[in-house]
Design a protein around this ligand. Sequence first.
Ligand SMILES: O=P(O)(O)OC[C@@H](O)[C@@H](O)c1c[nH]c2ccccc12
Length: 276
Amino acid sequence: MSTHLNKIVATTRETVAANKARVPVSELERRAALHRPRGWANALSVRSACGPAVIAELKKASPSKGLIRADFNVEHLARQYETSGAAALSVLTDEPYFQGSLRNLELASAAVAIPCLRKDFTIDEYQIVEARAHRGDAILLIAAALTSEEMHRFTHTAHAIDLDVLIEVHTGEELDRVLALDEAPDAIGVNNRNLKTFAVRLETSLELAVRIPADVVRVAESGIATAADMVRLREAGFDAFLIGESLMRQPDPGAALSTLLAEAVSSIPVLHESAQ
Ligand SMILES: O=P(O)(O)OC[C@@H](O)[C@@H](O)c1c[nH]c2ccccc12
């Protein structure tokens, strides 16, 4: 079956092979030793106890939408998101499809105190050390692209070097596989965008929410644009919201995030009370 996801994964294998030939693991380890990861999942659970925890994503382009934002100063955007109340960042590092880079991850992460997720298609341990070397605090694993054995092995590798793990699911069957893992991820995300077809349905998150245990950070991903979306997802049980495109398209993404957070706080009764 040829799907968008299969195509991206095939390209990623080539990129990883090229990077491995260029930069030895020992060099990555040397760079990784220069800084300590900040707890990504912990930052989200701390924030979600007193307000909506937004993971703001630096996303210049995507395979489904093409160029999303031309004006893309990574450090400036990262700082704006931090000052506007993002609990954490997500930085795309895939170059061919998302116009991201490891350099973007490094620049964004160095510019802020909030922790950063390396957003990419992890299919090899090498990428996990690479994430750590470029100041990532967490990695993404996509259940649809990995076997259970790979999810387990990659989660273990990441934890061994102090990185948090977000595993992304899109169906109940994928969620079953994640819940059966011996080593649990720190966060489970439900992607509303089907990576095989690119169709977006907020209901995907709403349907799967009840099945995610409360001891992991529950993240709703993709297609979130309004405070009303966040309220619905929060009521369904989500702790955190991963938002890319709807903020990236605004002339001032930081100001747009501030407005969104203010609206969400005033419309989620329990948050409203704790914010008083
Ligand atoms: O731009 P959106 O619709 O707000 O979505 C953000 C994020 O969820 C999305 O970029 C994403 C979720 N999972 C992924 C996996 C790979 C690449 C990208 C993604």
